[in-house]
Design a protein around this ligand. Structure first.
Ligand SMILES: *Cc1c(COP(=O)(O)O)cnc(C)c1O
Length: 832
């Protein structure tokens, strides 16, 4: 394509001097941005104070950003590309202040303008470009890669509308659009000069070229431009700034012009809208949206633009011999969402670079790596062939060819085993033939990993077993993590200062150093224990203020804060939590309050807008909360609140304030969990099933510092054939009381029947989540929690031991493992 940008720029690059970081220069730049750039003066809306400060800081990342790029683009430098449809970033200002080490100077600078840093920071809208764990993981990975100076570039989509905002109206979830870009986004830099063109639609043409070689041309007809917007990702006090490159879709110019000149203005605008829809909105479902044309367009848009950009960067380094491409590039695919990239790289190598199939395949399968995030069948992506045919005709041909050659390999290994061939085929037969994206990812990748030890084991035992038998060496585990910068150093400054006063601050960059806290948990450390409790208490006051503001419910900071925040999903079993709450409420009503521990139960999370039962569970939580909180007999023994619009910035207040972390999924269903890790780092104790990373948390903290309950994954599977929920109700007086209340409409006298669907699910022998099977074990574990809480010294020791044992769950460790086993990059950003 002809570019609007000349390649001969009359400009000589000059060396950039770093900008000074003292309070005075920060203050004067802040003032300059506010007045001269933004045109705002005294008394302006506070969001402009945030913007002026963000520009001030972004300027100070520029020199390191440029130097980091310079380093990563050196000849022979190998790079990894993290491709993800989601990056749940949250706020950037506070995180950059921490990583740049300019928090104090900035605070000082703002004081001169009578602005409070914390208030300015809270003006930043969350960048909510993700649903939950998977998207937040990608964001934590970006932070750790920069902090470890790993040459990793993130690729994603710059959604105009991020995750919807949740409101609660009469107990029901209401979704509002999240137009997070409305006031502008100071962190991003548009790089229109690196625009890529992404093909859609049309037909393919097979021909013989001048050398007599069979070639294919894709004559597409709905091309879209992908414009990159770069966000700086600062490393932790290491002068390294990595890049998150987010693509925005726009219409091609010539297409608009053609229509426009033909006098069809409105058609031209429609085509423009059609193109721009691709990056308009994040799909708000944390299991996948199968069959939606727009979603497939998003996936190919990301994959194609990113692969082309990586190819461009590599050629810019002076490379042209594609037999060396795999030595310099590796693509990590976050779930199956971007896996059409396997076929796209093949297309570029074969159609564009003129390579033979075998050579191209050898390169592709050395470049691609795939991370699986779930075993839930509804989350396995399958795309109808007819959609592929219409949108991506050339890509479908390539997938057919990949599959034909792959099935030949399968039939050589297992001659005559047609049943196995059918199971392993990338194309699923049936009424509507479909492309199995996970199979494409496995066949095209040299590395396939799960995200916690149990999950990776279940993958090779079950879902991926056929492939494991064929290629055992491809499969590995990489247990997830979270970044301790955002989730401890930023979110919990009180605890950070306390820990650093004891063991120095090296733990922020090497979380395994937290182990050194263990020697401080002996009896002779009364002061340390008191300080630890005081920090937690202050964090609970901060959360109580938020809960009062958002829910109108008063939480007493001296009560046990019992917290479950995560997407609302049946497998995560918010219902089990709620059954326990109702059980506690019944105990109060029956006067059974012996050895009582006062509790504040906080639940938060969004339900996918189309997930009817999940939304009804939210309503039930709110109905129970209403009754409990307004019953004078309860008298502070129990409080229940549903916190609306759970997101990254609210978790930054929640995690540091929790005493008890609820991780109660049906065993075998939660791939890893990462909320569990944020809570552990911040000194909460976990009540949890033997599932996902809970198992590794339990092993690290010690069984005696963890409240384990419930069936194991194998027991869940065994019970499934003969699950009789009614027998638990009949045999357990407490459960019977709770179920009777629900059946009698105790919480919904004015809206009879609204919870029937919830109750029917619990009582169905086909309930996949087997909630009632774990009720007794859960209630008993909760009773152990209450007893442990009464001994505050004992509880505090367990809390410290959880934090001290959390080092393994840093994404620094996760990224070092990805790098050691998969990426094999040489660290090195800008020089310190
Ligand atoms: C950490 C996090 C999650 C993931 O929580 P899980 O409990 O692992 O499901 C989801 N959403 C937000 C905003 C988070 O910060």
């Amino acid at each position: 394509m002809t570019s609007q940008f000349s390649t001969h720029v009359p400009y000589v690059p000059v060396p950039l001097d770093p900008l000074p970081n003292d309070a005075e220069s920060l203050g004067s730049d802040f003032q300059r941005y506010l007045s001269y750039h933004l045109g705002r003066f005294q008394g302006c809306p506070p969001v402009y104070l945030y913007q002026a400060l963000a520009y001030t800081l972004r300027d100070r990342l520029t020199v390191d950003w440029r130097a980091t790029w310079g380093d990563y683009l050196q000849p022979g430098k190998r790079r990894a590309y993290y491709m993800s449809l989601e990056f749940l970033i949250g706020r950037s200002l506070s995180n950059n202040l921490l990583n740049m080490g300019v928090g104090d100077a900035t605070q000082q600078a703002l004081l001169n303008y009578c602005a409070d840093l914390e208030e300015v920071v809270s003006e930043e809208p969350d960048a909510g470009l993700g649903n939950g764990g998977l998207g937040r993981l990608a964001a934590c990975f970006m932070d750790s890669c920069a902090s470890l100076r790993l040459p990793v570039i993130g690729y994603g989509i710059r959604y105009e509308y991020g995750m919807f905002r949740q409101r609660i109206e009469q107990g029901y979830q209401v979704e509002d659009p999240d137009h997070w870009l409305r006031d502008g986004h100071p962190w991003e830099v548009e790089r229109a000069e690196y625009t890529q063109r992404v093909q859609f639609g049309g037909y393919t043409e097979h021909y013989i070229d001048a050398n007599g070689t069979r070639r294919v041309r894709w004559n597409s007809k709905d091309d879209v431009l992908a414009i990159p917007f770069d966000m700086p990702i600062s490393g932790y006090q290491n002068n390294t700034v990595n890049t998150l490159r987010l693509w925005k879709a726009t219409a091609t110019d010539e297409f608009n012009l053609d229509e426009f000149n033909a006098g069809s203005y409105s058609e031209a605008v429609e085509a423009k809208n059609h193109a721009e829809h691709i990056s308009m909105v994040l799909y708000p479902n944390d299991s996948s949206e199968n069959g939606k044309e727009l979603r497939l367009r998003q996936q190919y848009f990301l994959a194609s633009a990113s692969i082309k950009d990586a190819v461009r960067l590599w050629e810019r380094q002076g490379n042209s011999d594609y037999s060396l491409f795999a030595a310099d590039n590796v693509f990590q695919m976050n779930d199956t969402h971007p896996t059409v990239a396997v076929a796209e790289l093949m297309r570029i190598l074969v159609d564009k670079k003129g390579m033979g199939w075998d050579e191209a395949w050898a390169i592709t399968t050395k470049c691609m790596a795939y991370t699986n995030h779930t075993l839930l069948p509804e989350a396995l992506e399958r795309w109808p062939l007819h959609l592929f045919e219409k949108l991506l005709p050339r890509i479908l041909e390539i997938i057919y060819e990949i599959n034909a050659r792959f099935l030949r390999e399968v039939s050589m290994k297992w001659p005559g085993d047609t049943e196995r061939q059918r199971r392993m085929s990338i194309i699923e037969e049936g009424n509507v033939k479909q492309v199995r994206m996970a199979w494409l990812a496995i066949v095209g990748s040299f590395s396939i990993n799960g995200v916690a030890a149990l999950h990776s084991q279940l993958l090779v035992d079950g879902l991926f077993h056929d492939f494991y038998e064929l290629w055992p060496d491809k499969f590995n585990n990489k247990t997830n993590g979270v970044t301790p910068r955002r989730w401890v150093a930023h979110a919990n400054p009180g605890m950070t200062a306390l820990i650093s006063s004891k063991i120095g601050n090296g733990w922020i960059a090497d979380l395994s150093e937290l182990q050194r806290l263990k020697s401080l948990t002996t009896k002779s450390n009364d002061d340390f224990f008191a300080d630890w409790q005081a920090v937690k208490f202050a964090n609970k006051q901060r959360l109580a203020k938020l809960v009062l503001q958002e829910c109108g419910v008063e939480f007493d900071p001296s009560a046990l804060f019992d917290v479950q925040v995560k997407r609302i999903h049946e497998y995560k079993r918010q219902l089990l939590n709620l059954l326990h709450v109702i059980h506690l409420y019944r105990r109060i009503k029956l006067g059974r309050v012996e050895n009582w521990a006062n509790r504040c139960v906080l639940i938060g999370g969004k339900a996918a807008p189309g997930y009817v039962i999940a939304k009804r569970i939210i309503k039930l939580i709110n109905s129970v909360a209403d009754m409990v909180n307004n019953d004078p007999e309860v008298d502070g023994k129990l409080k229940v609140a549903f916190l609306p619009n759970y997101r990254v910035s609210s978790m930054e207040i929640i995690a540091p304030a929790a005493n008890l972390s609820e991780q109660i999924s049906t065993a075998g269903k939660e791939a890893s969990g990462t909320g569990n890790m944020k809570f552990m780092m911040n000194g909460a104790l976990t009540i949890g099933t033997y599932d996902g990373a809970n198992i590794e948390i339990l092993e690290a903290a010690g069984e005696e510092n963890f409240f384990l309950f419930g069936l194991r994954a194998d027991e869940v599977d065994a019970l499934r054939h003969d699950y009789r929920p009614w027998t638990y109700v009949e045999q357990d007086e407490d459960l019977r009381g709770v179920i009777d209340w629900l059946r009698s409409g105790h919480f919904n006298p004015c809206e009879p029947g609204i919870f029937d669907m919830v109750l029917d699910g619990l009582l169905s022998p086909h309930d996949p989540w087997m909630t009632l099977a774990d009720f007794r074990s859960y209630v008993d574990a909760q009773e152990r929690v209450s007893q442990a809480w009464q001994d505050q010294t004992h509880w505090t020791r367990m809390s410290i031991l959880n934090t001290a044992s959390s080092g393994f769950f840093s994404t620094d460790r996760t990224m070092l493992e990805y790098n050691r086993d998969i990426w094999k990059l040489v660290p090195g950003g800008a020089v310190e």
